[in-house]
Design a binder for this molecule. Sequence first.
Ligand code: FAD
Length: 317
Amino acid sequence: MKVTDHIKQAKGKTLFSFELIPPQKGRSIQELYDNIDPLMEFNPPFIDVTTSREEFIYIDRDGLLDKKLTRMRPGTVGICASIKHKYNVDTIPHVLCGGFTKEETEYLLVDCHYLGIDNIMALRGDAMKEEKYFNATEGGHCYANELVGQIVNMNKGQFLHEVIESDNQSDFCVGVAGYPEKHMEAPSMDSDIRWLKQKVDAGADYVVTQMFFDNKKYFDFVEKAKAAGINVPIIPGIKPVAVKRHLQLLPQVFKLDMPDELVRAVEKCKTNKEVREVGVEFAIQQSKELMEYGVPVLHYYSMGKSDNIKRIAAEVF
Ligand code: FAD
């Protein structure tokens, strides 16, 4: 079922959902199941599975280094299919512009359609580790709005190189990313909102936000988006702080601000166990306020660990 239909069906009740990262190549999918199992009692209507960018590895061949491109956490669509099958829940693969030609994207979307996947999260993708900025893949899309266009065209039977009339067309519901504190590359919040509007005009059905710790930033973002004519659901993304290093890492990677109250509380902690407690408490308060505001879904970035998300969900849902 589409995310937008889950939201309609909930009739104003806030839903619970979360995002998973595929295990590293060679590891077991059981790791994921072990983290999903404790969260199923909160009835997530959908679960997102991320896609990682490809990266270079260097293989030592008799003293000479061979540079190879590989994806360390492959399997997004397969994981979506297996979770959907095992738990009878909708799963949402993250589909990236980066690392994929338009043809490869088309084949991936065809696979998703055959697997009964109803939603796609359409993203440009991060820059590769070695790159300072995102470089479009040859034959791929440069921006997420173009990827949204490809998905919407396919829903109408317009494949890349042919129009196919069929009574079995895809009807994907499309999610896109939004940034309450502006995307790091955007020169201004207004320009970022204009590009977000372009994604929605291209056919995106809902927005999921980057993590944020100050709800006011989300409220302001929603107001700005509405003023710009963006009328699709905007789902907040929540990440509980879990280790002291997050104080530096999260602002550095995601270009976000943390409320001083949270920073001071984490700084006082002597162990990461204490930090986890602070992170859980903060996320509970943050989630409760967002729920009061009437958000359609609270979407948690689990980063492969469910114990703190379970504690938050138990207090909030
Ligand atoms: P876009 O919407 O294409 O925007 C990228 C930048 O270009 C922005 O600064 C925007 O303002 C600007 N812009 C947009 N369109 C245009 C245009 N037509 N012309 C000029 N400028 C334009 N990354 C992963 O690699 N894998 C994941 O699974 C993943 N999941 C994510 C899930 C969520 C909910 C979020 C919020 C992010 C996720 N990301 C993921 C990170 C995301 O890929 C990066 O933030 C990326 O840098 C931007 O992606 P986007 O889809 O927002 O890009």
